[in-house]
Design a protein around this ligand. Sequence first.
Ligand code: ADP
Length: 165
Amino acid sequence: MALPTRVLCPGSFDPVTLGHLDIIGRAVALFGDVLVGVGNNSQKNYLFSLDERVDLVREAVVGLPSVQVEPITGLLTQFCADRHINAVVKGLRFGADFDFELQMAHMNHGLSGLETILLPAAAEHVTLSSTMLREVARYGGDVDRYVPAAVRAAIRRKQAAGDLA
Ligand code: ADP
């Protein structure tokens, strides 16, 4: 089977971390063109709005010209079909990620034939999650070393405005 020409890296990116950027960079190395899809789930209580999350990922990938960033609208399989994308690339940290990704991968494959490629998280990022960073940032902790510069500045702005409480 031919390798996909463009792959999707989907996620919430609330906010984008160095762990996400590692997976995006490795997807570029493997496949060339990468679309980063920023999801918006009405059930989730995001720290950053969809526009903010899209802008922060765009700033973080500015040095990677073959990466584009878009919000994901509707069903993931339809979003990919509309863009002729036949594979998603996701990062795998620990067992809980695997259990979730396996279910999701089978559902997506059953719906449209969309393939899922799982890359093991880099050793230095394997325990890093946006959820934990949000918690630490909310209580005023320093998360600088886990996020790109644009996110550092955005968190500082929210902390200064009292928007993290
Ligand atoms: P999170 O689970 O941190 O809230 P997302 O929902 O934005 O993150 O995750 C999008 C994708 O990025 C998922 O495939 C997830 O497994 C992957 N990912 C998240 N954090 C990391 C990390 N530190 N290293 C590798 N992949 C990661």
